[in-house]
Design a protein around this ligand. Structure first.
Ligand SMILES: Cc1cc2nc3c(=O)[nH]c(=O)nc-3n(C[C@H](O)[C@H](O)[C@H](O)COP(=O)(O)OP(=O)(O)OC[C@H]3O[C@@H](n4cnc5c(N)ncnc54)[C@H](O)[C@@H]3O)c2cc1C
Length: 371
């Protein structure tokens, strides 16, 4: 385990925002994390007791202090992964945790199906490459998504018609309040579009230590989304001949052509989620914008691309302070150099206001604001 006081977070968020953490803790095993939490709780308990003891003595100087209950509180620990979906609004005055658990273990095999337990600290794209190299298929469309395996189970990452939840069986965690291990089935994780229970009532409560995936030896390419088929044609690749590696490479190339590389231009990918609106709202918008792009979700709901709405409001390519909207994709906010988290937040609010005014729809950030 490594503990750094006043550790820099600059290289730990893809926006490239300057910020520090009062304490930055890198742990290598579940046991190390548990020991850290228990020691921290013991220390908090001691400090709280001493404080209550002092308060009691100052009010009732003659009485001695009895052992005092520690009130239950939400964990002030922040667990990060690769920082590709975070916006630091200032320095973090508490402890930031990061996992270095990086092993991959096959737990079972049944016919074509393979079950694999993967450490949270592995880079997501390294895992995708490893799976393909091992002839375990399913994750190809999720190639090149930044971040780590642990966060994939928090965020339910998705791209090109696939989502992490399609492959997650269950998730191993450690309770950051008690240090106890808890397993969540995929059902208990309550996965939805870029969503899970870890983003709501259990937000910040559990550290994901391992994710269990179910993959297949049988390659079944998913080509029906976006421009995958067109991109394969352009590369002269026939569907019947397509290999998993070729599909991965094609997805990688499409993504590189559309999204800024965070090492060159700080960003966190799609800044907003695409709103799912009622049919009546969509029809109201379509009356003014007959060619508004939209994707039916069910009989009553429609998804409208947030990027299209932002573009209609004239934000594409614009700059506010040191933050801006990416020239090629209005859904991506970028750090034009030296932006603070507050500047990115101000840009976010300005865009939200304009979209709300023009379309009557509130777009919400996908990115996690810290601070
Ligand atoms: C260029 C670019 C393109 C992107 N494209 C996509 C895309 O196509 N699809 C998509 O879904 N996302 C995309 N993203 C967003 C991002 O890649 C995902 O949200 C990713 O899952 C974040 O992983 P991370 O490890 O960086 O997590 P972080 O950003 O560090 O954290 C994200 C959240 O997960 C929590 N967390 C992280 N690790 C753990 C853990 N081990 N235990 C408990 N909680 C944890 C954090 O507290 C935070 O709430 C993109 C981002 C960028 C920069």
């Amino acid at each position: 385990m490594t503990i750094i006081e006043n550790g820099s977070l600059r290289e730990r968020n893809t926006f490239g925002i300057e910020a520090t953490a009062r304490q930055l803790v890198e742990y290598d095993t579940v046991e190390e994390l548990q020991a850290f939490i228990r020691e921290r709780n013991a220390q908090l308990h001691r400090e709280r007791n001493a404080q209550l003891h002092r308060e009691k003595n100052s009010q009732l100087p003659k009485e001695t202090g009895a052992d005092v209950e520690v009130p239950n509180c939400q964990s002030p620990l922040l667990h990060i992964g690769g920082g590709s979906n975070l916006l630091f609004l200032g320095n973090v005055e508490g402890t930031v945790l990061h996992s270095n658990i990086r092993h991959i273990q096959v737990t079972a095999e049944e016919g074509d199906t393979i079950y694999v337990r993967v450490g949270a600290g592995i880079l997501w794209d390294d895992w995708v490459q490893y799976a393909i190299d091992s002839s375990w298929y399913g994750l190809e469309n999720l190639s090149l998504i930044p971040g780590e395996v642990g966060a994939s189970a928090v965020q339910n990452i998705g791209a090109y018609g696939a989502e992490a939840k399609d492959f997650i069986l269950f998730v191993d965690t450690v309770d950051l309040l008690t240090g106890e291990v808890r397993h969540f089935t995929a059902e208990e994780c309550r996965y939805g579009y870029r969503d899970s229970i870890f983003k709501h009532e259990l937000r910040g409560r559990y550290a994901v230590t391992h994710v269990h995936f179910r993959l297949s030896h049988n390659f079944q390419p998913r080509l029906d989304y976006g421009n995958i088929r067109h991109a394969l044609q352009e590369r002269g690749i026939e569907e019947y001949d397509l290999t998993p590696q070729q599909l991965r490479q094609t997805i990688v190339e499409i993504r590189r052509s559309k999204l800024p590389d965070p090492s060159e231009l700080g960003n966190a990918g799609s800044f907003f989620t695409n709103p799912i609106v009622g049919r009546a709202d969509y029809e109201r918008i379509a009356a003014t914008y007959p060619s508004a792009p939209h994707y039916p979700v069910d009989a009553d709901h429609v998804k409208i691309p947030a990027g299209w709405m932002i573009e209609q409001c004239g934000w594409k390519g614009r700059t506010l302070g040191h933050a801006g909207v990416y020239e090629k994709q209005a859904l991506v906010l970028v750090n034009r150099g030296g932006a603070t988290g507050q500047e990115v937040k101000a840009l976010c609010h300005a865009i939200q206001q304009d979209v709300q005014q023009r379309f009557g729809i509130l777009i919400t950030p996908e990115v996690n604001f810290i601070g």
